[in-house]
Design a protein around this ligand. Structure first.
Ligand SMILES: [Zn+2]
Length: 448
C-alpha cells in the first residue's frame, strides 16, 4: 500500500477531504485526457440506443485485430484472420478467459502502448485476485459516454451530483458528516458504510443543501438509503435521476428507489475489467452501448442463437494495447437484436443474471456491501466463499493456489476490520465449496 493510502486511512476528516479533492482533481485531468473531448463531441447516445452501430463496430473490430497482430505477443502465434467481413465472423477467434489472462498477463499487453495502460485489480466473483490492464484510449471513450448518459438522464450538462461509493469518509463508528464535497467533480461524495434508517434524513438533507440533481454510484446503497427515506415524513428529493454503476438490484428494489427519490433509476451493466457495456431501460432490459461487442456462448464456448441463455462474451472495441478480445465475463444473459417496447430499438440483454449485490452485517447491525473489499491485496487464493452465521462474524472457506501463504489471511482480516469494525474472523482450507442446487458457487452465504 502506498504511503498516501496509508496516510489517508489514518487522516482526520478534514485532511481526508483535502486529500480526496487533490485526488479528484488529478483524476479529472486523467479522465479528460487523450481523445476525451473528441469522443464527447461525437457521441450521440440516443442514436446509439436506437441501434445501427454494426458498421462502426466492424470497422473498429478490424482496426483492433490489425493492431493486435502487430503489438500483442500472445496473439502473434494465434493466426488471427486478416479482415472480418461481418461481426459474426468474430466467432472464428479463440475465447479469452480469466485464467489465460492470469497466466499470460504480460504477453497480453503491448510493450509500447500508444496512449498508455491503466492497471486494475478485481476479486471477480470467486475471490480469486485478478490483475489486468486497460487501454486508456478505451477509458477516455467510456468517461465521455458516462458524461453523455448523465446528461441524458438528468437533462442537464455538468449536473451537480451525489455519489454513494466506497470512498472512506470516516471510521465505521464515527458520527456525521458522512460526506464531503469534491469540488473538481461537482460531486457530493457520500459514505456507503453509514447508510441506515436512522441516518437517511441526514443524507437527504445533505443532498438538498448541496443542490444535487443526479445520483450516481452503487445501486444497492441507493436501495438501502431509499428504504430509510421512505420512512421519513418529509422526503422531498432534489434528484432528477439516478444512474448507477455496480452490481444490480431487482426490478422491485429499483421501484422502491424510484419511489423514495421520485425519479427514474438507470442501472448499468459492466465489469471492472472492461467497464460499462449496457444501460437499463424502463422495461428492465440492458441496452448495449457501442463500445463493446457482445456474444452469448454455451458451456463449450459455441455462439448461441439470439434468445438463448448463456455466458456473455465481450470484446472491448477500443482497448487496442490491452485487448479484451472475446473475453468470457462469467456473467450470463439473453441477447436480443431489437424489439424492446421501451422505444430504444437497438440490441439488448433481456436478462443479466448473477449480478445482484450481497452484503455482510456488522456487529452493530449495519449492512456492508462491496464484500470483495476483504480480498484487496490478498494473493494466492484460487476460489473462496464467505459464510456469515451472525452479525460481526465471518468465516472464509478457501481453495488455495500454489503460491498461497497463510499470512495472506492476516491481510484479509485487517481489511475486514477496516470496514466492519469489530470482527470475529476465521478461515479454513477446503477441497470444494458449497454449491446451489444448480451447481453455482455462492460467494456469500448468510445463515440468519
Ligand atoms: Zn428497452
Amino acid at each position: 500500500m502506498s504511503w498516501t493510502k496509508e496516510l489517508y486511512k489514518r487522516a482526520p476528516y478534514s485532511l481526508k477531504r483535502l486529500m480526496a479533492n487533490v485526488e479528484a482533481y488529478r483524476r479529472l485531468r486523467v479522465r479528460h485526457g487523450g481523445d476525451y473531448q473528441e469522443n464527447y463531441r461525437t457521441i450521440d447516445l440516443k442514436a446509439m440506443l436506437a441501434g445501427g452501430s454494426e458498421e462502426l463496430q466492424l470497422q473498429l473490430l478490424n482496426d483492433l485485430l490489425a493492431h493486435i497482430r502487430k503489438a500483442i505477443p500472445y496473439y502473434q502465434e494465434a493466426n488471427l484472420p486478416e479482415t472480418l467481413t461481418s461481426l459474426e465472423e468474430l466467432a472464428r477467434i479463440p475465447l479469452m478467459t480469466k485464467d489465460i489472462l492470469r497466466v499470460e498477463g504480460e504477453r497480453l499487453i503491448s510493450q509500447k502502448p500508444e496512449i498508455g495502460l491503466w492497471q486494475g485489480w478485481t476479486s471477480g466473483s470467486t475471490g480469486s485476485s485478478l490483475h489486468y490492464h486497460r487501454d486508456k484510449r478505451s477509458m477516455h471513450y467510456e468517461y465521455a459516454l458516462y458524461e453523455r448518459m448523465y446528461e441524458y438522464a438528468s437533462g442537464e450538462k455538468d449536473a451537480k451530483r451525489v455519489r454513494l461509493s466506497n470512498v472512506v469518509i470516516s471510521g465505521p463508528d464515527a458520527g456525521p458528516p458522512y460526506w464531503f464535497s469534491l469540488l473538481p467533480l461537482r460531486q457530493l461524495q457520500c459514505s456507503t458504510d453509514h447508510i441506515e434508517p436512522e441516518t437517511a434524513a441526514l443524507y437527504l438533507k445533505a443532498m438538498q443543501e448541496y443542490g444535487a440533481v443526479l445520483g450516481t454510484g452503487y445501486t444497492y446503497s441507493w436501495y438501502r438509503l431509499a428504504e430509510g427515506v421512505l420512512g421519513l415524513k418529509d422526503r422531498h428529493s432534489p434528484l432528477k435521476s439516478i444512474v448507477t454503476d455496480s452490481e444490480g438490484i431487482t426490478l422491485e428494489q429499483k421501484k422502491i428507489v424510484e419511489e423514495a427519490f421520485s425519479c427514474p433509476v438507470y442501472q448499468t451493466y459492466g465489469t471492472s475489467e472492461f467497464g460499462i457495456v449496457a444501460l437499463q431501460c424502463d422495461r428492465g432490459h440492458y441496452h448495449l452501448l457501442d463500445r463493446c461487442y457482445v456474444e452469448v456462448v454455451d458451456s463449450e464456448g459455441h455462439v448461441l442463437p439470439e434468445g438463448e441463455d448463456g455466458e456473455l462474451v465481450i470484446t472491448d472495441l477500443r482497448s487496442l494495447d490491452a485487448p479484451f478480445l472475446r473475453y468470457r465475463s462469467g456473467d450470463r444473459g439473453i441477447l436480443r437484436k431489437s424489439g424492446c417496447a421501451c422505444g430504444w430499438n437497438g440490441p439488448y440483454l433481456e436478462e443479466v443474471t448473477g449480478r445482484v449485490e450481497d452484503y455482510l452485517v456488522t456487529s452493530k447491525g449495519r449492512r456492508m456491501t462491496r464484500v470483495n473489499r476483504i480480498v484487496k491485496g490478498v494473493e494466492g487464493i484460487k476460489a473462496m466463499q464467505i459464510v456469515q452465521d451472525r452479525p460481526g462474524q465471518m468465516h472464509v472457506r478457501l481453495i488455495p493456489g500454489e503460491d498461497f501463504r497463510p499470512e495472506e489471511m492476516d491481510k484479509m482480516k485487517e481489511n475486514g476490520v477496516l470496514f466492519m469494525g469489530e470482527l470475529d474472523f476465521s478461515w479454513e482450507v477446503v477441497d470444494d465449496l458449497e454449491r446451489t442446487p444448480s451447481g453455482k458457487v455462492r460467494y456469500l452465504i448468510r445463515r440468519f
